[in-house]
Design a protein around this ligand. Structure first.
Ligand SMILES: O=c1[nH]c(=O)c2[nH]c(=O)[nH]c2[nH]1
Length: 298
Protein backbone atom coordinates (compact mmCIF):
# COMPACT_ATOMS: atom_id res chain seq x y z
CA UNK A 1 0.00 0.00 0.00
CA UNK A 2 1.35 3.41 -0.87
CA UNK A 3 0.00 6.82 -0.09
CA UNK A 4 0.75 10.25 -1.46
CA UNK A 5 2.03 12.86 0.88
CA UNK A 6 0.38 16.23 0.42
CA UNK A 7 0.42 19.63 2.05
CA UNK A 8 -2.42 20.07 4.52
CA UNK A 9 -4.06 23.22 5.85
CA UNK A 10 -1.61 26.06 6.16
CA UNK A 11 -1.32 29.77 6.80
CA UNK A 12 1.57 32.06 7.58
CA UNK A 13 2.30 35.62 8.56
CA UNK A 14 3.66 37.87 11.28
CA UNK A 15 2.44 37.30 14.80
CA UNK A 16 2.13 39.90 17.53
CA UNK A 17 3.10 43.09 15.75
CA UNK A 18 3.18 45.59 18.57
CA UNK A 19 1.70 48.84 17.36
CA UNK A 20 1.31 52.06 19.30
CA UNK A 21 -0.38 54.91 17.44
CA UNK A 22 -0.43 58.41 18.87
CA UNK A 23 -2.87 60.83 17.30
CA UNK A 24 -1.49 64.30 17.92
CA UNK A 25 -3.47 66.71 15.72
CA UNK A 26 -4.16 68.75 18.85
CA UNK A 27 -2.47 69.09 22.24
CA UNK A 28 -4.84 66.42 23.53
CA UNK A 29 -3.18 63.27 22.26
CA UNK A 30 -4.93 59.93 21.78
CA UNK A 31 -3.22 56.56 22.22
CA UNK A 32 -4.07 53.28 20.53
CA UNK A 33 -2.01 50.29 21.67
CA UNK A 34 -2.42 47.02 19.80
CA UNK A 35 -0.92 43.63 19.21
CA UNK A 36 -1.70 42.60 15.62
CA UNK A 37 -1.29 39.27 13.86
CA UNK A 38 -1.63 38.77 10.09
CA UNK A 39 -1.78 35.32 8.50
CA UNK A 40 -2.38 34.62 4.82
CA UNK A 41 -4.01 31.61 3.14
CA UNK A 42 -4.32 30.72 -0.51
CA UNK A 43 -2.19 29.06 -3.19
CA UNK A 44 0.92 28.61 -1.09
CA UNK A 45 1.74 25.07 -2.13
CA UNK A 46 4.93 25.62 -4.12
CA UNK A 47 6.40 27.67 -1.29
CA UNK A 48 6.28 24.54 0.86
CA UNK A 49 6.89 21.74 -1.61
CA UNK A 50 9.62 23.14 -3.87
CA UNK A 51 10.76 26.30 -2.12
CA UNK A 52 9.36 28.58 -4.83
CA UNK A 53 8.66 31.86 -3.03
CA UNK A 54 6.93 33.65 -5.91
CA UNK A 55 3.71 33.59 -3.88
CA UNK A 56 5.36 34.26 -0.54
CA UNK A 57 4.43 37.79 0.57
CA UNK A 58 7.09 38.05 3.28
CA UNK A 59 5.98 38.12 6.88
CA UNK A 60 8.18 41.21 7.10
CA UNK A 61 6.01 42.90 4.47
CA UNK A 62 2.91 41.94 6.41
CA UNK A 63 4.38 43.60 9.50
CA UNK A 64 5.30 46.72 7.53
CA UNK A 65 1.77 46.91 6.13
CA UNK A 66 0.39 47.02 9.67
CA UNK A 67 2.57 50.03 10.50
CA UNK A 68 1.96 51.77 7.18
CA UNK A 69 -1.82 51.42 7.50
CA UNK A 70 -1.64 52.79 11.05
CA UNK A 71 -0.26 56.06 9.66
CA UNK A 72 -3.79 56.83 8.41
CA UNK A 73 -5.28 55.98 11.81
CA UNK A 74 -6.32 52.76 13.45
CA UNK A 75 -9.88 53.19 14.70
CA UNK A 76 -11.89 50.19 15.84
CA UNK A 77 -9.62 47.13 15.78
CA UNK A 78 -12.24 45.33 13.71
CA UNK A 79 -12.13 48.05 11.04
CA UNK A 80 -8.34 47.97 11.02
CA UNK A 81 -8.37 44.19 10.49
CA UNK A 82 -10.94 44.51 7.70
CA UNK A 83 -8.65 47.02 5.95
CA UNK A 84 -5.69 44.67 6.26
CA UNK A 85 -7.61 41.58 5.15
CA UNK A 86 -9.13 43.34 2.16
CA UNK A 87 -5.72 44.65 1.11
CA UNK A 88 -4.05 41.25 1.07
CA UNK A 89 -6.97 39.44 -0.57
CA UNK A 90 -7.52 42.17 -3.20
CA UNK A 91 -3.89 42.93 -4.08
CA UNK A 92 -2.45 39.42 -4.34
CA UNK A 93 -4.35 37.13 -6.73
CA UNK A 94 -3.32 33.92 -5.00
CA UNK A 95 -4.30 35.04 -1.51
CA UNK A 96 -7.87 33.85 -1.02
CA UNK A 97 -8.24 34.44 2.67
CA UNK A 98 -6.53 34.52 5.99
CA UNK A 99 -6.77 35.36 9.61
CA UNK A 100 -6.14 38.77 11.11
CA UNK A 101 -6.24 39.25 14.86
CA UNK A 102 -5.78 42.11 17.29
CA UNK A 103 -5.60 42.66 20.99
CA UNK A 104 -6.13 46.21 22.15
CA UNK A 105 -4.77 47.32 25.51
CA UNK A 106 -6.61 49.84 27.63
CA UNK A 107 -5.04 53.16 28.57
CA UNK A 108 -6.82 55.77 30.68
CA UNK A 109 -5.80 59.37 31.06
CA UNK A 110 -3.93 60.24 34.23
CA UNK A 111 -6.00 62.66 36.31
CA UNK A 112 -4.00 65.60 37.68
CA UNK A 113 -5.72 68.04 40.06
CA UNK A 114 -9.08 66.67 38.92
CA UNK A 115 -8.31 67.11 35.22
CA UNK A 116 -7.56 64.44 32.64
CA UNK A 117 -4.03 64.94 31.38
CA UNK A 118 -3.55 65.64 27.67
CA UNK A 119 -0.67 63.30 26.99
CA UNK A 120 -0.07 61.07 30.02
CA UNK A 121 -1.79 57.76 30.43
CA UNK A 122 -2.08 54.88 32.89
CA UNK A 123 -2.70 51.31 31.85
CA UNK A 124 -6.31 50.43 32.58
CA UNK A 125 -5.90 47.09 34.31
CA UNK A 126 -5.48 43.71 32.69
CA UNK A 127 -8.48 43.85 30.39
CA UNK A 128 -7.86 43.66 26.66
CA UNK A 129 -10.23 43.96 23.74
CA UNK A 130 -9.86 41.36 20.99
CA UNK A 131 -10.89 40.91 17.39
CA UNK A 132 -10.30 38.07 14.93
CA UNK A 133 -11.19 38.42 11.26
CA UNK A 134 -11.29 35.29 9.15
CA UNK A 135 -11.70 35.57 5.38
CA UNK A 136 -12.60 32.29 3.74
CA UNK A 137 -13.28 32.23 -0.03
CA UNK A 138 -13.83 35.98 0.13
CA UNK A 139 -16.36 35.77 2.98
CA UNK A 140 -15.37 37.72 6.11
CA UNK A 141 -16.37 36.57 9.60
CA UNK A 142 -15.61 38.76 12.60
CA UNK A 143 -15.27 37.46 16.14
CA UNK A 144 -14.83 40.20 18.71
CA UNK A 145 -14.24 39.85 22.39
CA UNK A 146 -12.49 40.76 25.56
CA UNK A 147 -10.00 39.01 27.81
CA UNK A 148 -9.24 39.20 31.50
CA UNK A 149 -12.11 41.40 32.59
CA UNK A 150 -11.77 40.84 36.34
CA UNK A 151 -15.04 41.07 38.27
CA UNK A 152 -16.13 40.19 41.79
CA UNK A 153 -19.38 40.37 43.73
CA UNK A 154 -19.25 40.08 47.50
CA UNK A 155 -22.75 38.60 47.97
CA UNK A 156 -25.88 37.60 46.00
CA UNK A 157 -24.17 34.34 45.03
CA UNK A 158 -25.08 30.86 46.26
CA UNK A 159 -23.97 27.35 45.39
CA UNK A 160 -25.95 24.34 46.59
CA UNK A 161 -28.04 21.43 45.39
CA UNK A 162 -25.03 19.63 43.89
CA UNK A 163 -24.68 15.83 44.11
CA UNK A 164 -22.76 14.50 47.08
CA UNK A 165 -20.61 11.37 46.87
CA UNK A 166 -17.89 9.96 49.11
CA UNK A 167 -15.36 12.48 47.74
CA UNK A 168 -17.49 15.55 48.33
CA UNK A 169 -16.27 17.89 51.04
CA UNK A 170 -17.61 21.19 49.68
CA UNK A 171 -20.23 22.71 51.94
CA UNK A 172 -23.36 24.23 50.47
CA UNK A 173 -23.36 28.00 50.63
CA UNK A 174 -26.14 30.59 50.53
CA UNK A 175 -23.75 33.54 50.51
CA UNK A 176 -20.33 33.57 48.93
CA UNK A 177 -17.97 35.73 46.93
CA UNK A 178 -18.27 35.19 43.18
CA UNK A 179 -15.17 36.25 41.29
CA UNK A 180 -13.96 35.60 37.79
CA UNK A 181 -11.91 36.99 34.97
CA UNK A 182 -14.15 37.05 31.94
CA UNK A 183 -12.85 36.02 28.57
CA UNK A 184 -15.66 36.30 26.04
CA UNK A 185 -15.80 36.17 22.27
CA UNK A 186 -18.80 36.86 20.12
CA UNK A 187 -19.42 36.20 16.46
CA UNK A 188 -21.15 38.78 14.28
CA UNK A 189 -23.41 37.94 11.35
CA UNK A 190 -22.30 41.12 9.54
CA UNK A 191 -19.20 43.28 9.28
CA UNK A 192 -21.15 46.46 8.56
CA UNK A 193 -21.23 47.74 12.13
CA UNK A 194 -20.18 50.56 14.43
CA UNK A 195 -17.80 48.17 16.18
CA UNK A 196 -16.74 50.53 18.98
CA UNK A 197 -20.35 51.16 19.97
CA UNK A 198 -21.30 47.49 19.93
CA UNK A 199 -18.20 46.56 21.92
CA UNK A 200 -18.98 49.16 24.58
CA UNK A 201 -22.56 47.97 24.87
CA UNK A 202 -21.67 44.27 25.08
CA UNK A 203 -19.13 45.07 27.80
CA UNK A 204 -21.76 47.12 29.65
CA UNK A 205 -24.26 44.26 29.47
CA UNK A 206 -21.71 41.69 30.68
CA UNK A 207 -20.86 43.83 33.70
CA UNK A 208 -24.45 44.79 34.51
CA UNK A 209 -25.76 41.23 34.34
CA UNK A 210 -22.83 39.88 36.37
CA UNK A 211 -23.62 42.51 39.00
CA UNK A 212 -27.41 42.23 39.08
CA UNK A 213 -28.20 38.59 38.33
CA UNK A 214 -28.69 36.69 41.57
CA UNK A 215 -26.23 33.84 41.01
CA UNK A 216 -26.89 30.17 41.74
CA UNK A 217 -23.55 29.23 40.21
CA UNK A 218 -21.00 30.71 37.84
CA UNK A 219 -22.62 28.72 35.02
CA UNK A 220 -25.93 30.41 35.86
CA UNK A 221 -24.32 33.87 35.70
CA UNK A 222 -22.50 33.04 32.48
CA UNK A 223 -25.67 31.95 30.71
CA UNK A 224 -27.58 35.04 31.84
CA UNK A 225 -24.75 37.26 30.57
CA UNK A 226 -24.75 35.56 27.18
CA UNK A 227 -28.53 35.53 26.87
CA UNK A 228 -28.72 39.27 27.60
CA UNK A 229 -26.09 40.04 24.96
CA UNK A 230 -27.95 38.03 22.30
CA UNK A 231 -31.28 39.57 23.25
CA UNK A 232 -29.90 43.10 22.88
CA UNK A 233 -27.77 42.51 19.77
CA UNK A 234 -29.37 40.78 16.78
CA UNK A 235 -26.10 41.23 14.88
CA UNK A 236 -24.46 38.70 17.25
CA UNK A 237 -25.16 35.01 16.62
CA UNK A 238 -23.10 33.38 19.34
CA UNK A 239 -21.06 34.32 22.38
CA UNK A 240 -18.54 32.03 24.04
CA UNK A 241 -17.09 32.36 27.49
CA UNK A 242 -14.13 31.01 29.39
CA UNK A 243 -14.49 32.01 33.03
CA UNK A 244 -12.31 30.81 35.91
CA UNK A 245 -14.12 30.50 39.22
CA UNK A 246 -11.66 32.39 41.41
CA UNK A 247 -12.34 30.81 44.78
CA UNK A 248 -12.38 32.88 47.96
CA UNK A 249 -12.31 30.71 51.06
CA UNK A 250 -13.57 31.97 54.38
CA UNK A 251 -10.68 31.86 56.85
CA UNK A 252 -11.30 30.02 60.11
CA UNK A 253 -10.61 32.64 62.78
CA UNK A 254 -11.86 30.55 65.72
CA UNK A 255 -8.26 29.71 66.85
CA UNK A 256 -8.01 33.44 67.59
CA UNK A 257 -11.40 33.53 69.35
CA UNK A 258 -12.78 35.59 66.48
CA UNK A 259 -15.89 35.07 64.46
CA UNK A 260 -15.86 35.50 60.67
CA UNK A 261 -19.26 36.51 59.34
CA UNK A 262 -18.19 36.50 55.68
CA UNK A 263 -15.52 39.15 56.04
CA UNK A 264 -12.03 37.62 55.89
CA UNK A 265 -11.13 35.41 52.92
CA UNK A 266 -8.19 33.58 51.51
CA UNK A 267 -8.04 34.34 47.77
CA UNK A 268 -6.70 31.14 46.22
CA UNK A 269 -4.97 31.43 42.86
CA UNK A 270 -5.11 27.74 42.00
CA UNK A 271 -6.66 25.40 41.39
CA UNK A 272 -9.67 27.24 40.06
CA UNK A 273 -12.91 26.05 38.57
CA UNK A 274 -13.00 26.65 34.84
CA UNK A 275 -16.42 27.30 33.39
CA UNK A 276 -16.72 27.43 29.61
CA UNK A 277 -19.85 27.60 27.49
CA UNK A 278 -21.31 29.00 24.31
CA UNK A 279 -24.67 30.76 24.19
CA UNK A 280 -26.08 30.85 20.68
CA UNK A 281 -29.09 31.30 18.45
CA UNK A 282 -30.31 27.85 17.44
CA UNK A 283 -30.99 29.01 13.87
CA UNK A 284 -27.61 30.68 13.28
CA UNK A 285 -25.54 29.47 10.34
CA UNK A 286 -22.52 27.33 11.09
CA UNK A 287 -19.45 29.46 11.77
CA UNK A 288 -17.19 26.65 12.98
CA UNK A 289 -14.41 27.63 10.55
CA UNK A 290 -14.14 31.12 12.05
CA UNK A 291 -14.24 29.78 15.62
CA UNK A 292 -11.45 27.32 14.75
CA UNK A 293 -9.12 30.33 14.54
CA UNK A 294 -9.86 31.33 18.13
CA UNK A 295 -7.99 29.26 20.69
CA UNK A 296 -8.96 28.56 24.24
CA UNK A 297 -12.63 27.65 24.22
CA UNK A 298 -14.40 24.34 24.54
O1 LIG B 1 -20.41 28.22 40.58
C1 LIG B 1 -19.89 27.10 40.77
N1 LIG B 1 -19.97 26.15 39.82
C2 LIG B 1 -19.41 24.91 39.95
O2 LIG B 1 -19.52 24.05 39.06
C3 LIG B 1 -18.70 24.67 41.15
N2 LIG B 1 -18.02 23.59 41.61
C4 LIG B 1 -17.51 23.94 42.82
O3 LIG B 1 -16.79 23.18 43.53
N3 LIG B 1 -17.87 25.20 43.14
C5 LIG B 1 -18.62 25.68 42.12
N4 LIG B 1 -19.20 26.89 41.92
Amino acid sequence: MSSNIVLGANQYGKAEVRLVKITRDTDRHEIEDLNVTSQLRGDLEAIHTVGDNAHCVPTDTQKNTVYAFARDGVGAPEDFLLRLGKHFVDDFDWITGGRWAAQKYTWDRIVVDGNEHDHSFVRGGTETRTAVLTIDEGVPTMISGLEDLAVLKSTASEFHGFPVDKYTTLAETRDRILATSVTARWCYNTTDLAFDDVFADVRRILLEVFATKYSLGLQHSLYAMGEAVLQAHPEIDEIRFSMPNLHHFLVDLTPFDLDNPGEVFYAADRPYGLIEAAVRRDDAPDSAAAWAGVAGFC
